[in-house]
Design a protein. Sequence first.
Length: 235
Amino acid sequence: MCPRRLLSMERPLTVLRVSLHHPTQGPAVFATVPQRLQHDTSPLLVGRGLDTHLQLHLPRLSRRHLSLEPYREKGSALLTFSLKALSRRGCVWVNGLTLSFLEQVPLSSVNRVAFAGIQMVVHVEGGTSLEAFVCCFHVSPSPLIYRPQAEETDEWDVIPEEPPAPRSGQLAPGHLGFLHGPSQTGIAHLSQALEEEQKYSSRGSPQTARSASPAAESMPWLKQDLKYSSYIIRP
């Protein structure tokens, strides 16, 4: 338990209850995390640097990775908090939003945060003191955030490059055409279709002559160009 400490004027402090978890790293990451930390109204720094208030031993972290910043909204008698991203190398995920360098977002009563593989849940319990606040830390052995794997990292997704557009005078792969010379398979199908069409047409029946062969039926574009068949490239 982390009792709420009273100031001399009996004004209760705002309490941030912070739970931490890393899915793959051992407890050494959180070796220097205190159980309780009282802080003034300056930003509380989180990172791997020696000058941070919450130091985490993880190489992927920046020296100053993020900060929890208390402030007082106009017309309010309570402290309000925001989270600010301080890392140039990675981003911070906060309640479904991705923060880049120097971007910040106000915190609500319950907040889910992920950065550099660390999962953090922050519960804000408001107090009336405007001079300080207290953080109570807990290292959780179980995951705190259940989201798709792609969202749990702070790395940018690699977008595959699209194939270059065909240059002038070239056809895209799979295009039906003979600018680069007909393929042997295509020539064989054309020859077979033309031979069958000639057999159907040579029977002399007007109805049969107007009917297309089975091969031509499978290639509708061929029926339109049969009258120009003398110009089609043959093997």
